[in-house]
Design a protein around this ligand. Sequence first.
Ligand code: GUN
Ligand code: ZN
Length: 449
Amino acid sequence: VCNHPVKHIFRGTFVHSTQDTPLKILEDNVLGVDDDGKIAFIESGKDVVSLSHKWGFKASDVKQLELHEFIMPGLVDTHIHASQYSYTGTALDLPLLQWLNTYTFPVEAKYKDLTFADNVYNKVVRRTLMNGTTTACYFATIHTDASLLLGEIANKLGQRALVGKVCMNCNNAVEHYKESTEESSEETKRFIHELLKKKYPHVRPVVTPRFALSCCSALMRDLGDIAKNNNLHIQSHISENKEECEAVKQLFPEFESYTDVYLKHNLLTDKTVMAHGCYLSDAELQVFRDTGASISHCPNSNISICSGLLDVRNVLNHKVKIGLGTDVAGGYSPSILDAIRRALDSSKVLTIQDPSHQTLTFEEVFRLATLGGSQALSLDSETGNFEVGKDFDALLVNVCAPEGPMDICGPEPPKVLLEKFLNLGDDRNIREVYVAGRRVVPFAETASC
Ligand code: GUN
Ligand code: ZN
C-alpha cells in the first residue's frame, strides 16, 4: 500500500489534450488524486482492483461517473481584465483607442475604492469559476491595494491565478488615472512583495505594462528588469488594432516593429503572454518563437470592437505558444466556452475569405482552451491535462444536465458529447470544478475538499 493516500478517485470517461494529440479520449479509466491535489494515477478501469490494493482505497471510495458525464481539464483564460467585468456586455460601439478613453479608463479609475473593487472582484472570480475557468491571467488596475485584494479573492475562492497590477504612465484622457514612472515601478515592487508574502499556493503576480502606448521607454525598461530580477511572468497587449499599430510606429520610430519595441525593453521572455497579435508579421512571430513568448487569442474582443482577425493557423505553423482569452470587457463573455466558439467562427471567416485557409478543428480549439493556455502561461508543468504528477484542475461535465441547454437524442460516443458541450453547453453542464484537487464549484461557505 502506498504511503500517500488518495483523496478522490473517479471512474468513467476522461478527455484531454497532449502534445501529440489534440483530443485523447480515455473511456472507462480510473483517476486518483493525492492529498496534495496532484494526479496520482490514471489507468484503465479494468485495473481498479489492483489499483485499490496499491493505493489503499475501497470500492465505495470510487466516484462512478454517470451516463453523459465526462471529466475534462479546467479551462484556461490567458487574458481577462477583472476590473472591466463591471461593464461587460455593454459599450462595444467604439474602436480600441476611443473605447479605452471613453469607457475603460473612467471605470478603472473607480478601483481606488476598495469596497467597489471587493464587490466586482468577488463576482468575476465566482462567475469565471462557474464557467469552468480554473486558471485565469488577470489585469486589475493601477491600484496596488485593489490588485492585492483580487489576489486574496482568487485564493479564497480557489482559482489558480496570475494577477497583474496595471502599469501606465501615459494617459491623456482621464485625469489621475495614471502614475509617474517611479510610482509605477515602486508600486509594482510593492505589489509583488506583498502578494508573494501571502504565500498563496496558486496565485502569483504578473508584471503588467498596459501596452506600448501607455508606458514610456523608461517604465518599460524598469518593468523588464523587475520581471527578470524576480523571475516573474509578464503580460501586455500587442498589435490589436490598426490605428494602435500606426500610433506605436509613430511613437517608436527607431524600432523595427511593435514586437521589437517589447523585445528591446526586455519584455519578451518565455514567461510573457501578449494579447491579440492580429497584425504581427511572420518575422515578428519568429521573434515570439525565438524568445518563447506566447499569444493570447481573444476572438470575442477582436470581433466586438472590430479590431481584426487573428490567423491562429499561421501562429501554430510558426510554433508560437498560444491560448484563448476572453479579454473581458472588450470581449463581452466571461466564458472560455464562448472563446472556443468565436475562435472556430473566426477561423471559418478566414476560410470564407480564402478557401485555402486550413480551418481550425474543434479538437484543436479544445487544446487551445486547456493545454495550449497552460503552455501560453508557462504553467504546463503544473496543469493543462491529466498527466500523472500534474495538479488535478478539472471539470465534471454532464452533457444531459436536466435544466441544461441541450438534448441528447440517443446513445452518443464521448467525442460527440464533447463537441456538443463545446458548442452548446454552459455553466449548467459544469457540475463540479476542481483546482489542485480542491472542489471549488459548487461553492461552499468554507472550502470543501
Ligand atoms: N490595450 C490596452 N489596454 C487595453 C484594454 O484594456 N483592453 C483591450 N482590449 N486592449 C487594450
Ligand atoms: Zn486586454
